[in-house]
Design a protein around this ligand. Structure first.
Ligand code: ADP
Length: 471
């Protein structure tokens, strides 16, 4: 069982969101089950090659696009002790620039479709030339959605699994762009209702197995929640090969007992470090240093569906009631401006940090009391899992993976505060319940203990992926 896991982002090398976390940790968890596990990803300009020991393999080739041969070279991570071999596709024209999907101004690169066509064609080239010895190709999200169909066009005896990390992003491409793809693939593509193509739907149609990252989201997709009718039909057509497997987390990297990014470590048996981290978080971010003031944290891409319209609406009221907020995120400029304005209106009470900041993300998890994650929909969500592990109580909308992983608080039970439907009033009600409970010190510490006792390691889920590989 030789597996190659193909992903546009892989932590710790490159990360824009949860896909990177999964691509960095799931292959590791699958090592005990398979003969060999390899990961393939682009070598983006910002990846620190010396730091990670990334060196050329000597393998090179080229892909012909529009009669132009575009060269690539393959690098790998030279750490012989690593249980997973990671291969990097280098091509200066497509991946040499800084940024994974977007430029510094937050705009997506105009040639993103071509970049991931190229990446997938390189993977196919490596398979055809037998540089990669693989019998299972594990594809992830739309950047790799054409590979299952491409495999069939070249008659390779390789089975494919396609994992949907987020159905919102299709990787739509035009008929004109499609002409860059190999001819045998073109006859297989199905047009969407907009007359273009969807790399995501292609992956769903052609993979031998399809899954998404939680049973709850699988259920939501099968029911057609937040889906247009034609997309829903593709999911229903794939139903017999479609499952939901909840994401795990890297429990070594997200571990409050040894986290190098937090000034104070802590554990379920000694939470004193958590309170010190709260003070540190407040101090470093211009918040009033008050131990008893409930502090809400948020770490997120700034997009509408993460629930920001609901959150922004209630900030003034909750600050007046004596709560503090810290937001870390990058993305939509309107959302960023609204959070910035709120922080200027309430100095010492609301902090907003614009940008991607891994150390601060860890400190927010470690130092906050509560974590806000009221996403309109959420395939799995990782931050609520990190929050539970760090004793930071999540407030979530009952949707997808959030509903699967957080149990609503009732006296003596539950791990967080869950609300539905997705409405401002319902989020407020959940926050009120949380703030009332926060005052009951015994009840609150029970909640923290239950949250921190949950097991979100990959063990169970890796076994489920292995079952799919085996089938
Ligand atoms: P999504 O994949 O939809 O963005 P997830 O909750 O599954 O959401 O995963 C998001 C991942 O990205 C988490 O590891 C989170 O900590 C991280 N992240 C998101 N925004 C930032 C940021 N601004 N700084 C640091 N980490 C971030």
């Amino acid at each position: 069982m030789n597996v190659a896991f193909v992903s546009a982002e892989v932590a710790p090398y490159s990360k824009a969101g949860g896909l990177a976390d999964v691509a960095g940790s799931l292959p590791q968890a699958l090592v005990p089950y398979v003969t060999a596990m390899q990961v393939i990803t682009p070598l983006y300009g910002q990846i620190d090659r010396p730091k990670f020991g990334i060196i050329p393999t000597g393998i090179e080739g080229s892909i012909t696009f529009d009669q132009l041969a575009i060269p690539y070279t393959i690098h790998h991570q030279s750490d012989a002790s690593s249980r997973v071999e990671t291969w990097f596709v280098e091509c200066d024209q497509y991946f040499g620039r800084p940024g994974i999907y977007t430029a510094a101004d937050g705009q997506g690169f105009a040639d993103n479709n071509l970049r991931y066509f190229f990446f997938q064609l390189v993977v196919l080239d490596l398979l055809k030339k037998n540089h990669l010895k693989v019998n299972i190709l594990h594809c992830n999200d739309h950047h790799t959605g054409l590979l299952p169909g491409l495999l069939k066009t070249v008659g390779l005896q390789i089975k494919s699994i396609f994992t949907i990390h987020n159905f919102l992003y299709h990787g739509h491409f035009s008929a004109a762009e499609s002409t860059l793809l190999p001819k045998p693939l073109l006859s297989q593509l199905s047009k969407t209702q907009w007359g273009n193509y969807s790399a995501l739907l292609e992956g769903i149609d052609h993979a031998d197995a399809v899954n998404t990252v939680s049973p709850g989201y699988a259920h939501d997709l099968l029911r057609g929640d937040n889906l247009d009718e034609p997309s829903h039909k593709h999911i229903l057509a794939a139903q017999s090969k479609f499952t939901g497997i909840v994401n795990g987390i890297d429990t070594k990297y997200w571990n409050p007992e040894i986290d190098p990014y937090t000034p104070f470590t802590f554990s379920i048996n000694d939470l004193s470090g958590k309170l010190k981290n709260k003070q540190e978080l407040q101090q470093r971010n211009g918040l009033d240093v008050l131990a008893d003031m409930p502090l809400f944290g948020s770490i997120s891409r700034l997009v509408e569906n993460k629930g920001f319209p609901l959150i922004i609406d209630l900030l003034d009221d909750y600050v007046e009631q004596g709560a503090q907020f810290i937001f870390l995120g990058s993305g939509d400029q309107d959302i960023a401006n609204q959070l910035r304005e709120a922080s200027l209106r309430h100095p010492g009470k609301i902090a907003f940090k614009d940008g991607f900041n891994e150390p601060l993300a860890h400190l927010i998890e470690a130092g906050s009391d509560l974590f806000l994650m009221p996403s309109r929909f959420e395939p799995c969500g990782l931050n609520q899992l990190y929050s539970l592990r760090y004793g930071t109580i999540p407030i979530v909308h009952q949707t997808g993976g959030l509903g699967d992983t957080v149990q609503n608080w009732e006296m003596g039970q539950g791990t967080g505060f869950v609300f539905e439907p997705y409405e401002s009033g319902m989020l407020r009600a959940a926050m009120d319940r949380a703030l009332d409970t926060f005052k009951l010190k015994g009840e609150w510490s029970g909640l923290i203990h239950r949250a921190m006792s949950k097991d979100f390691s990959w063990d169970q889920s890796a076994r489920q992926y292995f079952r799919i590989y085996k089938s």
